[in-house]
Ligand binder design. Structure first.
Ligand code: NDP
Length: 253
């Protein structure tokens, strides 16, 4: 995507990023802060969140805050507590990037362990739903809020071996579409990003034999992440965007 936002695109915007300690979420948090946002980092590994927080401060960004939450065990009450904590810090949320995700083993459906299936659904679907429900009131206080979910190419077309992960991403697309329709008369827009193959540890576990140097980095795909959080995307809702349009799904060639 060719998008060159102004350097203060996200000034006065308050954005929460899940899975902000590593990979794409880490890069998104750093990028949003660089473009002026006040960022709230959510993730399961405190040390990683603190490192991102420090990096934001070192780069001259607004001080970020962190919330440690393991989405694998998170309950609806935990998500309400997160919303309560955020309400003590800030008056509203202008953006939420649901980015945290769990891949699990790549095996045929016949061989998926029940617990793996349940874990993937818990992190990618149930926790995302519970957190969304808890954060909606804060988003609806914004004059222009953006709710962004993270999908995948296998969330649009099933592929052998991608089992629970693919199904969870189809569910994510569905949740996005339903919410976009429900809030179409409001200031809240709801969209999905399919990052496309990106150089992270999740990608390396899915394609261990791939030459990772042929993949885009998280930084390369940030233009779309910025576009969807800033006012240039104000009228876009209910859309599943590709961060790497035209990229063929599967291993890098
Ligand atoms: P990474 O595995 O590199 O990072 C995932 C982040 O999510 C980490 O910070 C991780 O925390 C966090 N996370 C994982 N499980 C939990 C949990 N139970 N509770 C809280 N946080 C958790 O993945 P990517 O950056 O590659 O992926 C980001 C998103 O993009 C995912 O939704 C993924 O499905 C999607 N995606 C990625 C693609 C790619 O090629 N990379 C392609 C298509 C989609 P911790 O650091 O503590 O482990």
């Amino acid at each position: 995507m060719h998008y060159h936002p102004k350097s203060d695109l996200l000034r006065q915007r308050i954005i929460l990023v899940t899975g902000a300690g590593d990979g794409i979420g880490r890069e998104a948090a750093l990028t949003y802060a660089r473009f002026g946002a006040q960022v709230i980092l959510l993730g399961r590994t405190e040390s990683k969140l603190l490192a991102v927080q420090q990096e934001i401060t070192r780069a001259g960004g607004l001080p970020a805050q962190s919330i440690v939450l393991d989405l694998l065990t998170a309950t609806a009450e935990d998500c309400q507590q997160v919303a309560g904590q955020i309400t003590q810090w800030v008056p509203r949320l202008d953006g939420v990037l649901h980015n945290a995700g769990l891949l699990s083993e790549i095996v045929p459906v016949a061989d998926i362990k029940l617990q793996d299936w349940l874990d993937v659904m818990q992190v990618n679907v149930n926790a995302t739903f519970m957190l969304t429900q808890a954060l909606l009131p804060l988003l609806l206080k914004s004059a222009s809020a953006s709710l962004v979910f993270t999908s995948s190419s296998v969330g649009r077309e099933g592929r052998s071996g991608w089992g629970a992960y693919a199904v969870s991403k189809f569910a994510t697309e569905g949740l996005m579409q339903v919410l976009a329709d429900e809030y179409k008369q409001t200031n809240l827009r709801v969209n999905c990003i399919n990052p496309g193959g990106t150089r992270t540890s999740m990608r390396a576990s899915a394609f261990p034999d791939e030459d990772s140097q042929k993949l885009k980095t998280p930084a390369d795909i940030m233009p779309l992440y910025l576009y969807l959080m800033g006012d240039d995307s104000r009228r876009k809702t209910g859309i599943s965007f590709d961060a790497q349009p035209g990229r063929k799904a599967g291993p890098a060639e």
